[in-house]
Write a protein that binds this ligand. Structure first.
Ligand code: FDA
Length: 308
């Protein structure tokens, strides 16, 4: 019941200003976002890698309407990739990028700016011996993001994509992207989408996730199973067996701070397990989407605001 209002608040500048003006450096924010600086992100990455996990890092920010801010985001990724390399972490850590943070939404030539910026990040990632995965945002950006992905993959075929099971189109997108060398992260989807494009009911979304997963696991690409749902994880394991996939020919992924014991259990069972680690000051939209997935966290969040 609270999911929709929380997702609407995720896009509200007024509420964002009010919330982020308060010092919420501990409590619920900290559970999902380990820090604001490159240094804190690298420290958290080291800790995860030392415990047998892989990492993908997201410099928080989205919906940039300002060219300078888009350039600053690119600079932050380049700095991060340099630091991961210097610390010997780049073999086990890649980066995730939201195209809206690097210019996709700019009124003038946004797609071109985003493509050029994403190229710079892909080149830096390749120099660091690692990869980039493009996050997927709301459905109005899906075609544009997949178009930019196609362009990027001409020079950087290792670039990964995210597909969201709740969208009606996703099973077909999975078929298009299940080719050799193609890395696809399958998630359920975290935005407030209309009925015309997305399943609304949780069971429908779960069924759609399984259908999409079947396509990816039977295909020639590299599936990245991004879910905390125990049923999806079990089904992925069964599909790996059915399709004769060895461990390491697919991977599991979860968000930082969610089911950390399960993350370690999968890694200890020999599975490749990657943690999505967001960092930076622009945590508001990300946090609101996490609260929408688990409204019971709202009480902790409100408590951390008033107890500061
Ligand atoms: P579901 O929501 O059914 O949750 C299953 C169980 O997981 C819950 O019962 C609970 O135990 C636990 N859980 C889930 N969310 C929790 C939370 N916030 N706090 C505490 N426990 C929680 N989305 C998107 O639209 N675009 C994207 O690019 C990405 N990228 C992405 C990358 C990675 C690596 C992951 C894991 C997820 C994303 N997502 C995303 C988010 C995704 O779409 C989805 O909203 C969340 O993963 C929650 O869905 P689950 O599959 O975990 O199932």
């Amino acid at each position: 019941m609270l999911r929709q209002p929380l997702l609407m608040l995720a896009r509200s500048d007024k509420v964002k200003k009010a919330v982020t003006a308060m010092p919420v450096s501990s409590g619920i924010v900290h559970r999902y976002v380990p820090g604001e600086s490159t240094e804190s992100a690298v420290d958290a990455t080291r800790e995860l890698i030392e415990s047998g996990l892989h990492v993908t890092l997201d410099f928080l920010g989205e919906d940039t309407f300002d060219r300078e801010q888009a350039d600053a985001t690119v600079a932050a990724y380049l700095d991060l990739l340099r630091s991961l390399t210097e610390n010997g972490l780049s073999r086990n850590a890649e980066v995730s990028v939201k195209l809206s943070a690097v210019g996709q939404a700019l009124p003038d030539q946004g797609e071109k700016v985003a493509l050029d910026n994403a190229r710079s990040i892909c080149q830096a990632a390749r120099n660091a011996g690692t990869t980039v995965t493009l996050d997927m945002e709301d459905h109005t950006t899906t075609d544009s993001t997949l178009g930019i992905l196609r362009e990027l993959r001409k020079d950087f075929p290792e670039t990964g994509a995210v597909l969201q099971a709740y969208l009606h189109r996703t099973e077909a997108d999975c078929r298009d992207l299940a080719y050799e060398g193609s890395r696809v992260r399958l998630c359920k989807g975290a935005y407030n989408e209309p009925e015309s494009v997305a399943f609304q009911d949780k069971h429908e979304v779960d069924k759609a996730y399984v259908r999409a997963l079947k396509v990816l696991m039977a295909g020639q690409g590299y599936p990245m199973i991004a879910s905390h749902d125990p049923r999806m994880i079990d089904i992925a394991g069964a599909l790996a067996t059915r399709n004769g996939r060895a461990q390491g020919s697919y991977e599991y992924q979860m968000l930082y701070g969610i089911r950390p014991d399960e993350q370690r259990r999968l890694a200890e069972a020999g599975e490749k397990m990657r943690v999505y680690l967001p960092y930076g000051q622009e945590w508001y939209g990300y946090l609101m989407r996490r609260l929408a997935e688990r409204p019971s966290n709202l009480t902790f969040f409100l408590h951390s605001l008033v107890s500061k």
